[in-house]
Design a binder for this molecule. Structure first.
Ligand code: SF4
Length: 468
């Protein structure tokens, strides 16, 4: 856990490199595989229901579909109740039904503490876990029906199997996508944008916060388009109508008192309206915007949404309103037709826009994608060289921005604590994909605490700090 910037930077750099390396051939192949489906039977009290929703949220964020019936499920999770003997019998019956109808069953929940009794009755169950063992349940699902890991499908990185602890959770606000980027087949796999009603999202978010979640990570394929498909429909929330709109939802989520982090935002003009909420501390000063490129001709060939926006200028204006704003992004190098000049433009833009965090993928053809038919394939060695130059440039930008944080007092959300100290994240760092804040030698904090600390050091990707 403990780490010094001078001794070892291995924990920081690979995070970005692993993300960058995600566009491997395996990634392309996974897109044509069927999405794994999980059936879910949830018994018991509202607490058990929250547990079920947390498990489902995690699985959905990893790309799993939820099967509406036993037939279509690759595996069935039965969340049991063990409060009364009658509830235990109901749980055993539900497991029996799932075994008979599907045969691949994972048992969790309160009755899971009586594993012997469950296995005596149903020896074929795949795994048995107890209440609140979200991580173990998700691991059992991974074993039974491995997730598809592809950077263009999953909204979490392949390292997502490093399971979400209880202090943060992904909150999916919509499915599908109305865009038609030429390298992507998600709309073909998942259909057009289908937004959840705003009050459904809020109920889930509130339950998560009540269950101890300190950070909500808002995800979708196109977060800033939220509600477009349902004409920004209003739904009742806390006695007033709430619009299914990016700004309105951001404001309502900000009222819950947890950190709210926005992923997969496109720079549509209305995103400007959300920046003041960040400046006011209502939501985190963080935008994950998958720009993918900066050259107009490449963006046009990619058919990227909002590609006509002058993004470096927009980011400057956002930072005038919210100087602490961190931008995280992903990019593709070696897209068909990308010239040396296009690539140089990308590097220049990266420095100009001061992108805090970035992953980079070398373009690979995805079966079924329109981009496969584009002329001007870039040779592999050119892609490789561009990828290295991109990462080197980004490292310098990141190091500069982090160096400027030294001596500042910041909030740190603690992710892990061991004998050597604690490691957490600042408001500028999403879990798994961004950097860390190391509190070396500090063992008196616990996971999920938000503490104030003074930044003492920085390297290319991480910060070191001491608690006040
Ligand atoms: S915005 Fe583009 S890349 Fe993202 S899911 Fe939609 S079509 Fe795919």
């Amino acid at each position: 856990m403990s780490k010094s910037p001078a001794q070892d930077t291995s924990n920081a750099t690979p995070k970005l490199r692993r993300a960058a390396a995600g566009s491997s051939a395996a990634g392309a192949a996974s897109l044509v595989k069927a999405v794994p489906k999980v059936g879910f039977v949830s018994l018991g009290c509202p607490k058990a229901l929250v547990d079920s929703e947390r498990i489902i949220t995690k699985l959905r964020s990893e790309g799993y579909d939820i099967a509406p019936n036993y037939d279509g499920a690759d595996v069935v999770v039965v969340n049991t109740c063990g409060f009364l003997d009658s509830a235990k019998q109901e749980s055993l019956d539900a497991i029996g039904e799932a075994m008979a109808q599907n045969g691949r069953v994972i048992v969790t929940g309160c009755f899971g503490v009586e594993e012997g009794r469950i296995r005596d009755a149903h020896p074929g169950v795949l795994a048995v876990t107890g209440p609140h063992q979200y991580e173990q349940v998700v691991e059992a699902v991974h074993d039974a029906a491995p997730p598809l890991h592809d950077p263009f499908v999953d909204l979490v990185p392949p390292e997502g199997v490093h399971l979400t602890p209880r202090h943060y959770a992904y909150l999916k606000i919509s499915e599908g996508c109305n865009n038609r980027c030429t390298f992507c087949i998600i709309p073909a796999l998942r259909g057009d944008l289908a937004s959840r009603p705003a009050n459904h999202v809020m109920h889930e978010a509130e339950r998560l916060v009540k269950a101890g979640v300190k950070e909500l990570l808002v995800i979708s394929q196109d977060t800033s388009a939220y509600g477009l498909d349902i004409k920004y429909a209003e739904s009742p929330w806390k006695g007033a109508p709430l619009k299914a709109k990016f700004l309105d939802l951001s404001r309502a989520l900000g009222d819950l008192g947890a950190w709210v982090r926005m992923h997969y935002v496109y720079p549509y003009p209305h995103v400007d309206d959300v920046i003041p909420l960040m400046a006011d501390g209502k939501i985190l000063p963080y935008l994950d915007i998958p720009f993918q490129h900066a050259s107009p001709s490449v963006l046009k060939a990619m058919r990227r949404p909002a590609s006509q926006e002058k993004t470096a200028e927009r980011i400057r204006r956002w930072r005038d309103v919210c100087p602490d704003l961190a931008i995280r992004s992903t990019f593709i190098v070696g897209f068909p037709g990308e010239t040396d000049a296009d690539f140089e433009q990308l590097l220049g833009w990266l420095k100009d826009a001061k992108i805090n965090r970035a992953g980079c993928f070398k373009y690979e053809a995805v079966a079924g994608a329109v981009a496969n038919d584009l002329a001007g394939a870039v040779p592999e060695e050119v892609k490789e060289e561009r990828w290295h130059r991109f990462m080197e440039t980004q490292k310098e930008v990141s190091a500069d921005l982090l160096g400027a944080k030294v001596s500042r007092v910041i909030d740190v959300l603690i992710d892990e604590v061991d004998d050597d100290g604690a490691v957490g994240r600042s408001k500028w760092d999403a879990p798994e994909i961004d950097g860390s804040v190391f509190l070396n030698g500090d063992v008196s904090v616990k996971q999920g605490d938000i503490v104030q600390a003074k930044v003492t050091d920085a390297d290319d990707y991480d910060l070191w700090a001491e608690r006040l």
